[in-house]
Design a protein around this ligand. Sequence first.
Ligand SMILES: [Zn+2]
Length: 307
Amino acid sequence: MRTLVPLAALFGVIATPLAAQPPGGMAPGGMAPGMGARNWDDFEIASPEHVAGNIYRVVGGIIVNMAFSVGDDGIIMVDSNFEDLTEKIFTAIREVSTQPIRFLIDTHSHGDHADGNVSFGMAGTIIVAHDTVRIRLAHPPQGASAPAIALPIVTFSDRVTFHFNGEEVEAFHIAAGHTDGDVLIHFKGSDVIHMGDAFVSHYPLIDTGRGGNLLGLIETLDAAITRVGPDTKIIPGHGPIADRDDLIEFRDMVVGIHDRVSALVVEGRTLEQIIAARPTADYDQRWAGPQGSEGIVRAAYNASTKR
Ligand SMILES: [Zn+2]
């Protein structure tokens, strides 16, 4: 059985008010505060779950969704999770395929998605990511630089297509949203898209320390919605596999909060007044999760004042 950490452990931000977080809400390496003290031996990696077509999902660490494509050409992996978990992740992948892991695509630079790059790099996997992910890993806002072996050796600004396992796999960047290196991976034949942390099962985190912007996130979500169909399986960065309606609901929530906060900014309210007005109140039960609503309000305020 899959062992999941409580949702309360997500990003590790529970015990620390957002105001006390370092810029961007992340500690060294983009990991949650205190992450180094976690006992990773307690974290199990469940058997991969078939999503559709060539694609499997693996859940690990702080409920991060990794995915991989299997077939005659080998394996394309999406996200590497934490370095301390990669041995278990490799074991899980090997339950499905013994083919070489030829490519790893990072959805962005946060440690819970890219810290394990080092293991994949050492195994000879070609790491692919947005241009800025290489820069963020080499020169993180806080914490130590990733070793050279962990850095993407293929980077792109816009999109790249793999012709792999009988289908087109398009990795593409729309705009700086969750971070400035957000990449979505569309397995076109399998009809599966991995959204990274541009889509999660709670309020999105906008990591301004890594160039994130709420308006860019909305742009990214709009682009994804136009691309997917009613049967597309949508893998969020964190949370259950979703469909187009779920993605639209998420986009509408983000747009709704942005519009409310924007209107309050136009009225001349300060950030403190806007937070006190609780513009997210009717969304909170569904979306606040353990990290609360202040982060999304701040992100909407930033997007409304720095346009
Ligand atoms: Zn992230």
